[in-house]
Design a protein around this ligand. Structure first.
Ligand SMILES: Cc1ncc(COP(=O)(O)O)c(C=O)c1O
Length: 539
């Protein structure tokens, strides 16, 4: 059932003055039909439309709001800063502070440049990579999204996937030809491209966990191969962490996977909901940017003090012990609950989940190889090995992975209970290294499902049994854009509308992520699972 949630006069005015009634295409709800929302206000996990109807929001400004809407500390920081000036157009200590914090959390970022959007960061990084290498070609991945600069609008995800646009008119063919696409998770295809164009590729740009074709994690060895292939050929590796930065971890996905890209793109969370993004990385590369070098890039509002204050306030809260553990706990419950609800309703589909990012794909097939999928060909202990390695590489404990307690998975009972103790404020130092390592293995794997998630203050009695994970059919085999595109988008649209009518706002496209934020309460997750189990039965 399609709902018409927003005031019809406002909608008509929006359609009249704004292109398609929106300022960014996906907001028009074209992929799901029905009237788009017009939001009047938001707080915590909720947005309120102009008719006064409230929704539990899983868009969360497309991932920017990891603390939820109008977090009091972020609001206070912005208000304080506003009184000191909203824009200087000249350097302030705030840029230095945020830059240093980011560099400490993501050590591959030796120098940084703040910009105002992820698009600008990606565009600037590619210009820089071309200048540094003296080469023109770039390699990206089908279904990856790096903003709307000309070079990236070829087989891109996000809004292009939603609208079924494979590339955009207006991009000169000569420029589009410089962008080479490979299937995500296909290192052999990347190898072939490099063999075809040796010494010609400036950069490989990749989302370390893809989130713009829906959430698609990297299979074992994929990112490592990209690192090796690009290094061998003298191309730069650019990690687009606009979504993953500070989302999966205090730092980047690169910290988790233990891979050092040459350049990193950040956005969203580092601006705490204000327009901030950044690119940064190797000092020798970044030093080619003006004024140190000849690569020109500038911005009137770059490093804007209001936005810097919001970013600093946000990162400060992310440093709190247990922050990511708690986020992972709620996200795991949501993902497992959705899987169980799918199964119970007999609807084909799968839930790809990584940390607090997840997508319910209405994909055609099921299989029971969830754990095998994530790290195909690997032993169950694969992640433990990654983190053991990281622990070994760390000098004095926290150098490589600075930040608060790592996320927990409930991977095994010992690790889960160690995580709970930590959350309760117990002494971290008393825990064994192996427990710490296991807690860092936050990604879902087959072993996760051996453990019943601790229920905290969740009132289990109120939820129908069937929405609890029974862990027997956690199917997942969706590893690239062509697989994502097999999803039943009409079914997604029906599901979206059913959820919306129950007060749950999902991203209005099959090819986007749901973002869990710290403001989502256990009761919110409960409500979502309840709504999902009803919605899945009625579509
Ligand atoms: C991975 C990634 N890169 C770049 C961008 C572009 O960022 P912006 O919308 O701030 O231009 C996005 C936007 O969603 C993104 O998800």
């Amino acid at each position: 059932m399609a709902s018409t949630p927003s005031d019809s006069d406002l909608l008509a005015r929006a359609q009249n003055i704004l292109v398609g009634g929106v300022d960014s295409p996906v907001r028009a709800f074209r992929a799901v039909g029905g009237a788009p929302l017009i939001v009047d206000s938001a707080r915590g996990s909720r947005v309120r439309d102009t008719n006064g109807k409230e929704y539990i929001d899983f868009i969360c400004s497309w991932g920017a709001l990891i603390l939820g809407h109008a977090d009091p500390d972020v609001v206070a920081a912005i208000a304080d800063q506003a009184a000191r000036g909203t824009s200087y157009g000249i350097t302030s200590p705030l840029e230095i502070e945020l830059g240093e914090r980011i560099s400490r959390a993501i050590p591959s970022i030796e120098r940084i440049r703040f910009v105002t959007s992820g698009t600008e960061a990606a565009m600037s990084a590619v210009r820089l990579a071309r200048a540094f290498t003296g080469r023109d070609l770039i390699v990206k991945f089908e279904g990856g999204y790096h903003g709307h600069a000309d070079s990236f609008l070829v087989d891109a995800g996000s809004g292009l996937a939603t609208l079924g646009i494979s590339s955009s008119p207006g991009v000169p063919a000569a420029l589009a030809q410089l962008t080479l696409n490979a299937p995500y998770n296909d290192a052999a295809a990347v190898e072939q491209i490099f063999q075809k164009y040796p010494g010609k590729i400036a950069a490989v740009i990749v989302e370390p966990v893809a989130a713009n074709m829906g959430v698609v994690p990297p299979v074992e060895g994929f990112l490592e191969s990209l690192r090796a292939i690009s290094a061998r050929d003298g191309a730069l590796l650019i990690f687009d962490e606009v979504i993953t930065g500070f989302r999966l971890w205090y730092g980047g996905a690169q910290n988790i996977f233990g891979i050092k890209p040459d350049l990193t793109l950040l956005g969203k969370i580092i601006g705490g909901g204000l327009p901030v993004a950044a690119y940064g990385g190797r000092r020798d590369v970044m030093d080619m940017v003006a004024p140190l070098g000849p690569v020109y890039q500038a911005g009137t509002l770059a490093g804007n003090p209001l936005a810097m204050r919001a970013g600093i306030a946000t990162l400060t809260k992310l440093e709190a012990p247990g922050f990511y553990a708690e986020l992972a706990r709620k996200s795991t419950r949501l993902a497992d609950g959705l899987r169980a609800a799918l199964k119970d309703a007999g609807v084909p589909g799968e839930v790809n989940a990584v940390g607090s990012l997840l997508t319910l794909f209405f994909s055609p097939a099921r299989n029971d190889e969830y754990g095998k999928y994530l790290f195909r060909g690997s032993e169950p202990g694969h992640l433990d090995k990654i983190f053991e390695e990281q622990m070994r590489n760390q000098s004095g404990g926290d150098a490589g992975l600075r930040g608060p307690d790592p996320p927990t998975t409930g991977r095994n009972t010992a690790a889960a209970s160690a995580a709970r103790k930590t959350h309760a404020g117990q002494d971290r130092a008393s825990r064994k290294d192996t427990d710490v390592i296991r807690e860092r293995s936050y990604l879902h794997s087959a072993a996760d499902f051996d453990t019943t998630i601790s229920n905290g203050n969740f009132k289990t009695g109120e939820l129908p049994d069937h929405v609890f994970p029974d862990n027997s059919n956690n199917s997942l085999n969706l590893h690239d854009y062509s697989a994502a595109k097999q999803s039943n988008t009409a079914r997604f649209a029906a599901f979206f509308q059913e959820m919306l009518s129950r007060g749950i706002l999902l991203a209005p496209s099959q090819f986007e992520a749901l973002f869990v934020c710290s403001a989502h309460s256990d009761a919110d997750i409960h409500r979502v699972l309840f709504a999902a189990s009803e919605a899945l039965r009625s579509i």
